[in-house]
Design a protein. Structure first.
Length: 718
């Protein structure tokens, strides 16, 4: 190797490490933050968190590094390593549900014949007892050996009376017992087990659900994707923290992983073989994987692992605690960058993103290259055949068609997406995620939470997920109320914050725990008419103008009292802000024109403008509305579909409104919000928000004077 080549390789390694630190680092940091929020939501449940090898080895290390750098509270439930793979899980359930094990093994070898499958059914140390050059023709017919593996063939293989059959049955029985003992040691009688892994189709979780139904298996994964042509019954308990999809979605850049998930797998999986068997260690009296694992320093980056090195560097450099909004914004920018490089890479991008050949699972020895830089056979001299065999097809296009790679990739992407739509079309759009996430903030207000649950449950539009964020209140009380409510519990997510984060942080926390197209804040003390979601969703699905990314409905203002913490009595009601026909920015700058209960808006816009400002204890919704209108418009449905409830007589306590209970704070933070806009003159070099807010204050004062004059005139008349 020449000095120039060595220098070039060193330079490329540094570029790959820097790229990973700048792009992959924020993405994995965001993943760990989402994982942490979900962990906290289990604090009131006796759950076992199990990081699945191989990817779980490094996910566990990165999560612990995240906790250390961000000084987060450690979740109550401890997390452990689960020595497992798809192959190991098939062995693990073999005694309990052999047909499910046969099915997954047959599926893995569906591309070949039985003769090629048989050597893979046992690890190398077992073959030493029966001979590596075993003659299968003495036991199986040529028809069986040439057949494609299926459940019937596997039943025949495992039932054969021969040295091979004896060792095979003994091995699978022993591994099933060791695996069951491992689960017993890790779960210790817990009824909930949460798997953490890179994800995709969650085959391992499905097998465990079939083999150990007495355990409530749940999964938290980097991503979830599958085929609509398969029975994904287990997806109900599978959560993709970064994305959930059945194909690439142009509106969601994170789904670019659908085209190149190997970049995540390569980063997370150390250079170790897949766990294919377990051993009992008499010294420690524990179940262990092969010694290759127990002696490995898997968390430390090795040569050639520039992507993992860059991510670790990013975590180490995040010594200052980041807010949720900072984490989300950096992640969003990183996804946009990665999306472009994965879908339409230049040859230079290919060098940055290329990963090692992928090792096969289920005892197979072959390696599958992500890209074919050199033909491995005469046939692969054909560029189109190389494209067919490459795992990252967009990258292969960039290598083989460098002069016209962008057009060819665009053609490939269009064809790929149109084929996907044609084959995987659903009867209704957006069935891969709820249309609306309804966010309910609550804290020690049981009588109101009951009413909010009824309000959500009575909605005629039910393509939703209801996220209840208990911000420092009694978790048992919240769980009991939700469980006894008429809400569909399959569509409920409960987030328990051990300590109160404040209204806006609680909103951000709940939104981060959900997936949806639209968002709406339904506080525990407000309510809706049954047609609220149906009409607001219909409006945003077919807006009068494309710039309308949010919509409000008129509301009723309801004055009420709470009796003995059990009964709500309505004193009076009237229309609230019925004069609002449009939502101009200058009017919004004068005052907050509507309550959160009236406002359905796009999640994409929420992410674009940075969510709710957690530094504002009150008026966070007003600040959010102003920033929303700086980018997009808000439509109006002039019907009272929302109910804005007030306890006017309460100035403090759990049941007081944020407005009534903190009126002095509202006055103080009104000035803070306006002052922040004025200070923007110095940073933006213009008036922008500053002039709008100043004009808005004048408008507000003028309106107040006009109202006072009208009241005085009414008094004179009487």
């Amino acid at each position: 190797m020449t000095p120039n080549t060595i220098t070039k390789n060193i330079s490329l390694r540094k570029q790959r490490t820097d790229f990973a630190e700048q792009v992959l680092g924020p993405i994995f940091f965001d993943f760990c933050h989402r994982l942490h929020l979900h962990f906290l939501s289990y604090d009131n449940r006796d759950a076992a968190f199990l990081f699945c090898t191989r990817a779980g080895l490094r996910l566990k290390y990165l999560y612990e590094l995240f906790l250390e750098t961000q000084k987060c509270d450690i979740p109550k439930n401890l997390h452990h390593l689960l020595w497992i793979s798809r192959y190991m899980s098939a062995k693990g359930i073999f005694q309990r549900n052999p047909n499910a094990a046969y099915q997954v093994i047959a599926g893995e070898f569906s591309h070949t014949i039985t003769r090629n499958m048989l050597p893979c059914l046992l690890p190398s140390y077992e073959w030493e007892a029966i001979g590596k050059k075993y003659d299968f023709t003495k036991e199986f017919s040529q028809e069986t050996l040439s057949a494609k593996p299926n459940e019937h063939v596997l039943q025949q293989v495992f039932a054969t009376a021969s040295p091979f059959g004896d060792v095979l049955r003994k091995h699978y029985k022993q591994q099933a017992q060791l695996f069951e003992q491992q689960l017993s040691n890790l779960t210790k009688g817990k009824d909930v087990a949460v798997l953490i892994d890179s994800g995709w189709q969650a085959t391992t979780q499905r097998l465990l659900m079939e083999g150990y139904p007495e355990i409530d298996w749940q999964g938290l994964y980097f991503g979830r994707m599958g085929s609509r042509h398969k029975n994904n019954w287990h997806f109900f308990n599978v959560i993709g923290l970064m994305f959930e999809c059945y194909g690439y979605l142009t509106s969601k850049p994170e789904t670019c992983i659908f085209y190149y998930h190997h970049i995540v797998e390569d980063l997370l999986e150390p250079s170790l073989p897949s766990v294919e068997y377990l051993e009992f260690d008499p010294q420690s009296n524990s179940i262990q994987p092969p010694k290759a694992y127990t002696n490995a320093n898997y968390w430390s980056p090795k040569n050639g692992e520039e992507h993992y090195q860059g991510v670790v560097n990013y975590f180490h450099n995040c010594q200052n605690t980041q807010s949720l909004l900072e984490i989300r914004q950096k992640s969003r920018e990183a996804w946009l960058n990665l999306d472009q490089k994965i879908r339409f890479p230049s040859p230079e991008d290919v060098d940055l993103l290329e990963v090692r050949s992928r090792s096969a699972d289920f005892g197979k020895a072959e390696k599958n290259p992500v890209l074919l830089r050199r033909p491995r056979s005469m046939m692969e001299r054909d560029k189109h055949i190389r494209l067919r065999h490459a795992l990252w097809k967009q990258g292969q296009l960039a290598l083989d068609f460098p002069s016209q790679y962008q057009q060819k990739q665009q053609d490939f992407s269009n064809a790929n997406e149109s084929d996907s739509l044609a084959k995987d079309a659903l009867p209704e759009p957006n069935t891969d995620l709820p249309t609306v996430a309804v966010i309910t903030r609550t804290k020690n207000r049981p009588v109101m939470l009951k009413r909010a649950a009824e309000s959500v449950a009575k909605q005629r539009f039910q393509d939703l997920v209801w996220v209840v964020v208990n911000d420092g209140g009694d978790p048992e009380e919240v769980d009991r109320i939700v469980e006894q409510s008429p809400a569909d519990l399959r569509k409920v997510i409960i987030v328990h914050n051990p300590k109160s984060l404040g209204m806006e942080a609680a909103s951000n926390c709940a939104i981060a725990a959900s997936k949806s197209k639209y968002l709406v804040i339904h506080d525990d003390d407000d309510s809706w008419q049954p047609q609220f979601l149906a009409q607001t969703v219909e409006f945003l699905e077919n807006p009068p103008v494309s710039s309308m990314r949010g919509v409000i409905a008129h509301a009723k203002r309801i004055s009420e009292v709470i009796i003995d913490d059990e009964y709500i009595e309505v004193i009076d009601s009237c229309l609230y802000n019925e004069w609002v026909k449009t939502v101009p920015l200058y009017e919004m700058a004068s005052m907050n024109m509507f309550a959160p209960i009236s406002f359905l808006f796009s999640r994409e816009v929420y992410e674009e403008i940075g969510g709710f400002d957690e530094q504002l204890p009150v008026l966070g919704d007003w600040d959010f509305n102003i920033r929303f209108l700086m980018k997009y418009d808000i439509g109006v449905i002039p019907e009272p579909l929302a109910n804005y409830h007030h306890r006017d007589h309460l100035k403090s306590g759990s049941y007081s409104n944020s407005l009534q209970g903190a009126i002095s704070k509202h006055q103080m933070y009104e000035a803070i919000v306006r002052n922040r806009g004025l200070r923007q003159m110095n940073t933006d070099g213009g008036m922008s928000v500053a002039s709008i807010l100043s004009f808005g204050k004048a408008t507000y004062d003028i309106r107040g004077i006009a109202q006072q004059i009208m009241w005085n005139m009414d008094k004179l008349k009487t």
